[in-house]
Design a protein around this ligand. Sequence first.
Ligand SMILES: [Zn+2]
Length: 379
Amino acid sequence: MTDEPMAPPVLPNYDEGTLPDLATSLLAALGARGEANPLGLPRARRICLLVVDGLGWELLRDHPAAAPFLSELALTARPLTAGFPATTVTSLTSLGTGRPPGQHGLLGYQVRVPGREVLLNGLRWNADVDPVVWQPKPTVYERAATAGIDAFRVAGAKLEKTGLSKAAMRGNSYRPADSLGGLVAQAAGALRESSRALVSVYHGQLDSTGHAFGCRSDAWRYELGHVDKLAEQLAGSLPEATTMYVTADHGMVDVLPDDRIDADTVPGMRDGVALLGGEPRARHVYTAAGAAHDVLAAWREILSERAWVLSREEAIAAGWFGPVDPALADRIGDVVAAPVGGLAVVASSAEPLETALIGMHGSLTAADQFVPLLMHASA
Ligand SMILES: [Zn+2]
C-alpha cells in the first residue's frame, strides 16, 4: 500500500472515439442518412469490417514482428476505446447497434435479469429471455438495409443463431465460415456481389487463445500471426472502391496467481450479495434488499486501491456506460468494481471455468480499453 492516489480510469470517450461511434461512422461513410460520422470516415461504396476478438491496441503495438501487415497499418492509425465493460457481449452490441452500452443494455458478460434474481450470461444466453425484447432497438444491419445497403456477417456457423447474435446483430445475410480461408472467401464473395455493402467479419480465436494461454504467451503470438495473414488476405481480395477496417472488441491482460482476489473465499465479499455478475475484471454486484450501502463499503475496504469501486449511481454519473437509458439502469450492479493494473476479482466456486483463465479483460485500464482502428483502401 502506498500514499499515492489511485491512477484515474481510462474512461471511454463516448460520442467521439468508441466502438458505437465506429458503427454509425461506417453507415455514414456508406451514405446512410441520419447516421453520425464522428470518426470522419471517408465515403466508400463497400466496407469490410474485420473484428478481431481480443486484439488490444497495446498488444498489437508490442508485437510488430508477429503482425507485420497490421503493424504497418497501425503506424498511421489511432486507437478507439472499447466502452465499459470491455467485453465481447457489450462491445459486439455496441458495434451491432451503434449505441453505447447504457443505451443498448447488454451491460456485461453476466447481468441480472431484473425481477428474476438470475444472471443472463450474454455468450450462452438463457432460453427464457427473448433477445429481441432484451435489445429491441434496430441494429446497424437493419439500418443499412433501410438505406439500401446490403448487410452481411461472416463468422463461425455456430454463432449465427445465438441469443447475442439475435439481440445485437440481427438483420444481416449470414455467411458462415469456420476457417481462416473460409472467412476471406465468404467476405470477398459478399463484397463482389454488391454495389453497396457492409460486410462484417468476426475472428474469435485470438481471444480464446489469450484466455487459455495468456496474451503474453507464445500461443497468443503465433495466433496473432494467423490473424495478420487473415487481414492481409482480406485486403488483397477487396474489389475496387472498397475500404477495409480492422478493429477489436477489447484488449486483454494476464492475471497472475497473486493478483487474484477470490470473492468466494475472502471473508466479507459475499455478505449482503444476492448475485455476483459481470466477470473478474468488471464486476456487477447485485445486493440483497437494503444492503447496497454496506456492500459498497465492504468492497471498498477489501479492495482498497486494487479496484475502482463505485455505486450504480456513481458509475452512471461518471459516464462508464455512456448515457444510461433509465429503463436499463437496474441491469447495472448496485456496486460496480473495475480492477486496476492486472488484478481480478475471481469467484472460484461460482465460476470455476472463468477463474481458471489466464488472460482476462473488462476493466478501465489502457490494456483493456484501447483497440485499434486500422484502415486499408482497395486500389
Ligand atoms: Zn474474451
